[in-house]
Design a protein around this ligand. Sequence first.
Ligand code: FSO
Ligand code: SF4
Length: 533
Amino acid sequence: MSMFCNQCEQAANGTGCNISGVCGKKPEVAALQDHLLYGLKSLALYADKMGRNTEIDRFTIEGLFSTVTNVDFEAARIGALITRCYELKEKAKAAAGVTLSGPVADWKPAADLVGMTTQGEAHGINTQHVNEDIRSVIEILMYGLKGMSAYMDHAMILGKTDNDVMAFFHKALAATTDANLGLMDFVGLAMECGKQNLTVMGLLDSAHTDTYGHPVPTPVQLGTKAGKAILVTGHDMKMMEEILKQTEGKGINVYTHGEMLPAHGYPGLKKYSHLVGNYGGAWQDQAKEFANFPGAIIFNTNCIQKPAESYIDRLYTWGLVAWPGVKHIDGWDFSPVINKALECQSLPENPGQEILTGFGHNAVLGVADKVIAAVKSGDIKHFFLIGGCDGAKSGRNYYTEFAEKAPKDTVIMTLACGKYRFNKLEFGDIGGIPRLLDIGQCNDAYSAIKIAVALAGAFECGVNDLPLSMVLSWYEQKAVVILLTLFHLGIKNIKLGPTLPAFITPNVLAFLVENFNIGPITTVDADMKAMLG
Ligand code: FSO
Ligand code: SF4
């Protein structure tokens, strides 16, 4: 059985995975995910013609997020989503009061998984256009929508939504099926996706801060505390809160892993004394780290990898993330995970290094006067935003080297899991301002934008005129939509690595270089010199 997927930075040979996914995605799951996307486009054709419907909107977000890299590897779950998608499409068709024609509008899935898989294989990743540049921009748009769905999902879990954003999801999905649209139509939709995502990131920021307060600078212990334990990895704060509530008084310590590290900065989460530290680093080291963590482990979002036998029995998934053979928690009752943690071995008392997190926009802008004065006096010469998602490739050592070589009179802001490349290094401070500021998750990119815009306001210039350089790493589709948001904001001169996306054609790249002067990372010395020059 064949497959083709090129949506993440791991795409085999820099072009696409065609035998099996480097991430572990099997051809059957790839075909089912392609089928689900086809179904979501069919649903969108009708949803675009009716008013807002909460059930359809929520399903669209969950369906898209399920196809993001390292989220759902379970064929049966994707099959169930396809069936549900068809039911909702029929409902939308009746509510819209129109009957559209054409293969996408007429979509009907087979009744069984084998049939759905065969149909998905025929659909592929996009079938409406033959021009390779148009296909490239449609892929950028589709991956942008997938990334935006992830941020929207977290916001929705905390009770936020936005009608205009949801209308855009359906409009854009429907547009990808329109053979009459041309290159610039899709470029416009991709840019609009960046704009809509700014709204979503703002919603998510207020979802987090309204619920848990503004993050405050917080030291996080990297060692272990004696006792039973649960390790939480992923991105979802509400799920983290539930784990903390349900483990209270049970003698279980809770640790963050990967992108959950910024949870320690929120007053509403750090108040739990059994949230004791962060264990391990970024997602791609999970096999080694989970094998050494004797407690229960739970994923609430990406990035899951094939679990090893040594820990699969202690591993759980929740929400949209799933792996065959791994126990899944439906809903909000985490008793099975808690019981497992109580059965498992205890962790030893082994204190370690402390690192700081919690530099969200409120904390950084709270000391804006100090920062501005340090820039004016020349104590701070430059800011670097070294952020983005991490991956397994050795070329990613660039980001460690870049942080290490950043001159002592520069400040590094960071976010997302790429920070683990350097967040345990000692950077010191400039007049009490730490040289390394952990803004949070990839989900907190809004904070970085707010900080940059506020600095530009203070210096009465544009963001592009600030002494600020962005050195970003990308891995999956959440990074794609953040790039679209930065383009929407007119941010130029971004350095992107470790490699450029396989789905960008030379002509589309030329367009991006011409309009945004984005470029691939080269060597640390050359890039640093150009930025500081
Ligand atoms: Fe990383 Fe994974 Fe947060 Fe991504 S854990 S790679 S961009 O899912 O979302 O930064
Ligand atoms: Fe390959 Fe990435 Fe697609 Fe997985 S998500 S199949 S690694 S391109």
